[in-house]
Ligand binder design. Structure first.
Ligand code: ATP
Ligand code: MG
Length: 278
């Protein structure tokens, strides 16, 4: 199993030829990936299949996939990991986080330049992160940037020039919005990134990040959660009073909060998780 250290080592070992925005991606992937549920491996495996498809099939020089799931479920990091694992010579991240203060025209220019730059490389991956924010979507008044939308529609759908291949991996927390905007048709495939929804997964995360120094503390905390009415595993979920729904990013931040008070870490964790549900 790949742990955080292996991951960073792998990042170091890959010395890409050109185009790869190394610090951008290591930035994103820096906390690594916890295999809390078989779905994580499945998503990474499917990602690898698309990478191989782009690299090998002559009929599909352009493949685009959409990772969607609730906020904080791990979409950005999974997309970046699939991109990074491709070892393609050109890997870029288009992220609204890196466009703070950009005008609409500057955004369009940046997005367009990233795609045209990719056409110089035989094999490229572009991660288009957080589509709804890139589109400046505001639910209030249902506003968004139509010029950015048109740019993305054209660029994601466009075939790269002869002998060039491109994989686009986009992410969104607002899957239904894309259908409304006519943006879902440009994707060849979709992968859902689910939140953590059972105690077994949560327990795996707690072990991985070593919140507790003893097995007894962990057991006790898991018992508190079960007593609070959370389902132990997916099959039992129907009988459970409470349904756990927490994104991995949110859970990790709750864990770090609990860690600040080691003597009461279990209690703090449990009450924070119960609060998510109310
Ligand atoms: P947002 O909806 O705010 O854009 P997101 O779904 O993109 O959030 P990420 O930004 O990818 O979520 O955050 C996931 C965090 O959880 C990262 O810090 C990542 O290192 C960590 N992580 C741990 N395990 C996993 C996993 N199995 N999958 C994804 N991320 C994981
Ligand atoms: Mg994200």
């Amino acid at each position: 199993r790949v742990n955080h250290g292996d991951f960073l080592k792998a990042l170091e070992e890959i010395k890409p030829a050109y185009g790869v925005s190394e610090e951008e991606l290591t930035d994103v992937i820096v906390n690594g990936i916890i295999h809390h549920d078989p779905i994580v491996e499945e998503i990474l495996d499917k990602g690898k299949l698309f990478v191989n498809q782009v690299a090998r099939s002559t009929r599909t020089p352009r493949v685009s996939i959409l990772l969607h799931g609730p906020p904080s479920s791990g979409k950005t990091v999974l997309a970046a990991s699939i991109a990074w694992a491709s070892q393609f010579p050109f890997i870029k991240l288009i992220s609204p986080d890196r466009m703070v203060g950009f005008s609409e025209a500057q955004k369009i220019q940046f997005i367009t330049r990233t795609f045209t730059d990719s056409y110089k490389s035989p094999l490229s991956v572009i991660v288009v992160d957080n589509l709804e924010r890139l589109l400046e979507w505001t639910s209030l008044g249902s506003r968004f940037s139509n010029p950015v939308l048109q740019t993305l529609l054209v660029l994601i759908a466009r075939k790269p020039p002869k002998d060039k291949r491109l994989l686009v991996i986009a992410t969104t927390s607002l899957r239904p919005l894309l259908t409304e905007l006519g943006l879902s048709d440009v994707f060849d495939s979709e992968l859902r990134v689910p939140p953590i929804s059972n105690l077994s997964s949560l327990e795996r995360v707690l072990r991985e990040v070593q919140l507790f120094s003893s097995e007894e503390e962990l057991r006790q905390t898991m018992r508190m959660l079960a007593d609070a009415g959370f389902a132990i595993d997916l099959n039992a979920e129907e009988d459970a009073a409470l349904h756990l729904q927490v994104g991995i990013k949110k859970l990790l931040s709750i864990i770090e909060m609990a860690r600040q008070e080691p003597e009461r870490a279990g209690e703090r964790l449990v009450s924070a998780i119960i609060n998510l549900n109310s």
